[in-house]
Design a protein around this ligand. Sequence first.
Ligand code: FES
Length: 195
Amino acid sequence: MTCLLQKAKVLLAFKSYIIYQVSYIIYQVSYIIYQLRTMDNQNNKLATILSRYPKEESSLIMVLQDIQEEYRYLPQEVLVQTAEALGIAQAKIFGVATFFKAFSLKRRGEKVIQVCTGTACHVRGSRLILEKFERETGIKAGETSGDLKYTLEGVNCVGACALGPVVVVNEEMQGNFTMQKTGKVLGKSRSKDDE
Ligand code: FES
């Protein structure tokens, strides 16, 4: 009887092991399919961008601008493919991508919110506005939210000091910004602090 019980236990453990292995294989296959689809999608997007310009070094900035617009950042693997397509060294592409502030190598949110923290905006309360955005989004300046909805940044003078405090949302400048406007930027009718 004890022997039968032991055999049953071993069989049960073996069954669980097989189920675990099969689930793991299914997960791996699904992941590979997902990766292949993503790569294919990326290749198509890049091919479309590259088709707009001559395949030469002088097209680099325009191609990078289009990649940034398409992905909202410059994915590393796309830059490597771009280097090959334009016949440029990868080091050069990464050099250009990191030199210009308009380009980002980090994934960014759907809404990029930049609060000017330059002197003129600072004295008009931009720090409080930035802190309010931090509270409302749950992220700190320099971070992107986990759901990729928001990227929040504190930036240096954006050149419109007379309109301070200035907030730039997806490259659209909003002058004379007030604390009450944060909710609207975030797509909320009211923000927590306004209640
Ligand atoms: S300090 Fe904010 S625009 Fe100049």
